[in-house]
Design a binder for this molecule. Structure first.
Ligand code: GRF
Length: 203
C-alpha cells in the first residue's frame, strides 16, 4: 500500500542545513512527506538558495517593519496556498503567535540544539558548553506559544568532550540534528501518537 505523502512547509531564517536534511530524507523515501514550500523571513537566507537548487518553491517574506499579525498572515497564506498540512521550523528566528499555533494544532515542529528543557533560546550549544554539562544534544518538539517549550517528540544526546569548544560541540550536535529531525517527522507520520499532558506518546 502506498502511503499518501504529507505536505510540509519549512520555515527558516538562515543556512538551512536542517531543511536540506529533511528534503533529502523525503527524496530518499525515508520520510513519507514532500516539502512543498520554504519560507524565510530573511531575504538573504542561504536556505532559500538551497531550496531553489532542489527545485522546491521558496519565498522570502520579510518581517522587518511589519506588525507581527501582518507578517504571519502572509506566511499563513503562503503555507495554506501550498496546501501544507505540517510546518517544520528549521532555524526560524521568530516566535509564533497564539493564533498561528492554534491554526495548525500539533502540526508545527521545531528543532532545538540542546536537551530541553535545559538551555532554551539563543546559542543553546554555547549555553550548555559554558554551563559545563557533560551531555548535551538536540530536541525535536511540537511548537506551542512559548520559546522552545512544546511537548518533546524525540531527543538525541551528544557527549561534551573536555577539549570541545562551543563551536566543535555545535558541529557535533548539528550532525545529530540532521538525524533527529527526519526521524521525528517519520515517526509522527507513520505511527499512531497522542499528546498526554506534556508527553508525546507513540502507540
Ligand atoms: C539549528 O542548530 C537548529 O537547531 C536551530 O537553528 C539552527 C538552524 O541551523 N533551531 P540550519 O539553518 O538548519 O543549518
Amino acid at each position: 500500500m502506498r502511503r499518501e505523502r504529507a505536505r510540509v512547509a519549512v520555515l527558516l531564517s538562515g543556512r538551512g542545513s536542517n531543511f536540506v536534511a529533511l528534503a533529502e530524507a523525503c527524496a530518499r523515501g525515508e520520510v513519507p512527506a514532500e516539502i512543498v514550500l520554504v519560507v524565510s523571513n530573511k531575504p538573504d537566507a542561504a536556505g532559500l538558495e538551497r531550496a531553489h537548487e532542489r527545485g522546491i518553491p521558496a519565498v522570502a517574506i520579510p518581517g522587518k517593519g511589519l506588525p507581527r499579525e501582518e507578517h504571519e498572515a502572509k506566511v499563513i497564506a503562503g503555507i495554506e496556498g501550498a496546501g501544507a498540512q505540517w510546518i517544520c521550523l528549521a532555524g526560524y528566528m521568530r516566535l509564533l503567535s497564539e493564533g498561528f499555533v492554534a491554526r495548525f494544532p500539533h502540526r508545527i515542529l521545531n528543532i532545538h540544539p540542546a536537551l530541553l528543557p535545559s538551555f532554551p533560546g539563543l546559542e543553546a550549544q554555547r549555553q550548555a558548553w559554558v554551563y559545563g554539562v557533560k551531555i548535551s544534544g538536540c530536541t525535536v518538539h511540537l511548537v506551542d506559544v512559548g520559546c522552545d517549550t512544546g511537548p518533546i517528540v524525540l531527543q538525541r544526546s551528544v557527549p561534551v568532550l573536555d577539549d570541545d569548544t562551543a563551536d566543535s560541540l555545535a558541529a557535533r550536535i548539528l550532525e545529530q540534528e540532521h538525524i533527529a529531525y527526519p526521524t521525528a517527522l517519520r515517526l509522527l507520520l507513520t505511527r499512531p501518537w497522542r499528546v498526554d499532558g506534556r508527553r508525546v506518546i507513540f502507540a
